[in-house]
Design a protein around this ligand. Structure first.
Ligand code: ATP
Ligand code: MG
Length: 665
């Protein structure tokens, strides 16, 4: 991995946009030298690189105890608040992935938006924004430059000081070794497992389940009690209902005996009487109608014949009376005519006798007295009536009389029955009893119905709860088994991880010991001072052995020697990481004497990695030292602080002109 360029925008002491070319001019010139006086912004550069790579998780932003947003807000160059109100860092780097060189550019920007600060991350791959890579950057960067070992490659004088105190180094070493071997992952896994275990045990579903189980059992018991209570009440209600039914039956029987039935049928009887009356009236009316017609004639059938006869006789007499004179006249004229005609006497005699005879008869008839003296009309009527057949009339009258007598009988019968109906008063007592008994029975029936419903409901609920309980019990049993299995496996996994950690540490400790010793041998003047470096795999405590194999107390080392030891540790660990990562060192030489400074500069810096960015003051690296490094240098820059602008600018060249660097410029 090679860092090609660092761009700062209003970051720390850097105002506006500052571009620092960090690329290597030649592969065998690993050194980039950046000079700067105190406060010029060297540490700011170290922070910027780490911030670009790790963002919120960068060690710089956390160890100042600020929130990420506050850190970013504070990092904005002081002039920004009146102008751009935005800042950022940008890091261009090159990696070889899948056998192909890729150029990545990590761009972090933040902007003040009112009181809020908005920040964003974009990652370019080969000049194009890669949205997936941008989203997955935190995971991706762990793969190319794990944060756990970043401390072995990016460090400053302060860290060296801390490492130099061997006791205090344990923490740093622990982090470094863990990161180096990927043990931080194992540790995190172990912690996670413990958390998981605790969560499973305490907030444990088992507890909840047990509580739920108990709740269900209680519910079931109370449902059962309710149900039994309901059943008892239900039985009582059934008995009550039975009693009520019997009482009603008895009351009804008594009422019947008292004539209650007849009374109940009273309406009907009254109706019957009325109907019989109507029928009787109708029969009587029928008879009256017949009486107004021809019926009375049935009483005088022969008299009617005689009247007709008499009337006929009287009529004939009347006719003859009016005919006799006419006929006498005509007969005389006839006889005279016959006589004139010369009819024989015999004939004349006979005709005269006939006519005389006929006339005499008529005279005799005409003599009959008119006792009835009926008019022609009446005589006709009498004749018509006499000839009428009265049989039909007789039949109708018979029928009418039969109907009348039937109606009469029915009325008598109905009236007799009506007379047997007891009075309301006589029945009031038993009726009231029946009514009361009926109300009582109805009430009992209603209550029984309600209770039966209640019982059915209760029974259903009870069954449902039982079923739920059974399911839950089965579930809980399963869950508890599951818990147990889970916890047993968890223990095993944790033990295995622990063993893995130990084995890994032990195996690598030996390698790291050798690498650190090698680095120490290169750096230290007193070669035999330390002959062996031991790292306790359990505690990661570093111990040093002298030429006699005795443990060398760190206090016996000088401050400078301890710093070199620290650098050796970092170097050894960095080499042990076995990854081609750039090294960036900030102000590493503070305490070292000339000899050790030269060793560090001469032996360590060019060999520390394929790209080594050194941030130093002019005090640390004098012109001669810088000049001596010329063959290894790719680039030399210096940070110039402009007091007027209150801002730093990166410029080519060393802080002071160095002749040997002429061609580098
Ligand atoms: N937001 C900011 N705006 C302007 N200047 C800032 C801002 N934040 C920090 N600074 C200044 O930047 C400087 C800190 O820079 P830095 O620590 O990188 O310097 P250095 O070169 O590492 O110094 P030293 O050699 O002392 O370690 C300080 O002078 C500080 O006041
Ligand atoms: Mg500094």
């Amino acid at each position: 991995l090679i860092l090609d360029e660092l761009v700062l925008r209003n970051f720390g002491t850097f105002a506006g946009e500052q571009r620092l070319d960090l690329s290597l001019s030649e592969p065998n010139r690993p050194l980039i030298l950046i000079g700067g006086l105190n406060g010029a912004g060297k540490t700011t550069l170290l922070e910027a690189v780490q911030l670009a790579l790790y963002g919120q998780l960068a060690p710089t932003s956390t160890h100042r105890g600020l929130s990420y947003e506050s850190y970013l807000r504070r990092s904005l160059h002081s002039s920004v608040h009146d102008s751009a109100r935005s800042g950022g860092v940008e890091l261009a780097l090159r990696i070889t992935a899948d056998g192909r060189e890729q150029r990545l550019r990590v761009i972090r920007q933040w902007r003040l938006d009112g009181l809020r600060l908005r920040h964003e991350l974009r990652v370019e791959r080969d000049g194009e924004i890669d949205p997936n890579l941008s989203a997955d950057w935190p995971e991706y960067v762990e793969g190319i430059f794990p944060r756990g070992i970043a401390g072995l490659f990016f460090f400053d004088g302060e860290q060296i000081e801390a490492l130099a105190d061997l006791e205090g180094s344990r923490q740093v070493l622990d982090t470094a070794v863990s990161g180096l071997l990927g043990l931080d992952l194992v540790d995190r896994l172990i912690t996670d497992l413990t958390v998981l275990e605790r969560r499973r045990k305490s907030s444990s579903a088992g507890e909840e389940d047990r509580a739920h189980l108990m709740h269900l059992e209680k519910l079931l018991a109370s449902r059962q009690e309710d149900l039994e209570e309901t059943l008892r009440t239900l039985k009582d209600a059934r008995r009550h209902y039975q009693i009520a039914v019997e009482r009603l039956e008895q009351a009804e029987e008594r009422h019947r005996q008292e004539g209650g039935d007849a009374f109940a049928a009273r309406e009907k009887i009254v109706d019957e009487v009325a109907a019989a009356r109507v029928r009787l009236g109708a029969a009587a009316a029928g008879l009256a109608e017949l009486s107004a017609g021809l019926a009375p004639l049935l009483m005088v059938p022969s008299l009617l014949g005689r009247v007709a006869q008499q009337a006929a006789t009287e009529q004939e007499a009347a006719t003859n009376r009016s005919l006799v004179n006419v006929l006498r006249n005509r007969d005389q004229k006839l006889l005279r005519a016959v006589g004139r005609a010369g009819a024989p006497a015999e004939v004349l005699g006979r005709v005269t006798a006939f006519l005389e005879d006929d006339l005499q008869k008529r005279v005799a008839d005409a003599a009959i007295p008119a006792r009835l003296g009926l008019s022609d009309k009446s005589a006709h009527l009498a004749a018509a009536l006499a000839s009428t057949d009265l049989a039909e009339q007789a039949e109708a009258v018979r029928r009418g009389l039969r109907a009348y007598s039937q109606a009469r009988r029915a009325l008598d019968e109905a009236e007799r029955r009506a007379a047997t109906v007891p009075t309301v008063d006589a029945l009031a007592a038993t009726l009231a009893e029946v009514r009361q008994a009926r109300d009582f029975r109805d009430e009992a029936a209603r209550r029984l119905e309600d209770l039966e419903q209640m019982y059915r409901r209760g029974h259903d609920e009870y069954t449902a709860t039982t079923r739920r309980l059974q399911t839950k019990v089965a579930e809980i049993k399963l869950a508890l088994d599951d818990d147990e299995r889970f916890l047993t496996h968890l223990d095993r996994v944790r033990a295995t991880l622990g063993r893995l950690r130990d084995a890994a540490t032990r195996r690598h400790a030996a390698r790291i010991e050798a690498l650190v010793l090698e680095a120490l041998t290169i750096l230290l003047r007193k070669r035999r001072l330390i002959t062996s470096v031991k790292i306790d795999p359990d505690t990661l405590a570093v111990s040093l052995l002298d030429a006699h194999g005795r443990e060398l107390a760190p206090s016996k080392l000088s401050a400078g020697e301890r710093q070199l030891l620290a650098v050796a540790l970092l170097w050894g660990l960095g080499t042990a990481a076995g990854r081609p990562l750039p090294v960036m060192i900030d102000t590493p030489l503070g305490r070292l004497d000339r000899y050790h400074r030269d060793r560090l500069v001469g032996k360590y810096l060019p060999a520390a990695s394929h790209q080594v960015i050194v941030l130093a003051t002019d005090g640390e690296l004098d012109d001669a030292t810088v000049a001596s490094l010329a063959p290894c240098l790719s680039r030399v820059l210096h940070l110039a602080f402009d007091p007027d602008r209150g801002a730093t600018e990166a410029r080519p060249g060393w802080l002071t002109p160095v002749r040997e660097l002429e061609d580098l410029r």
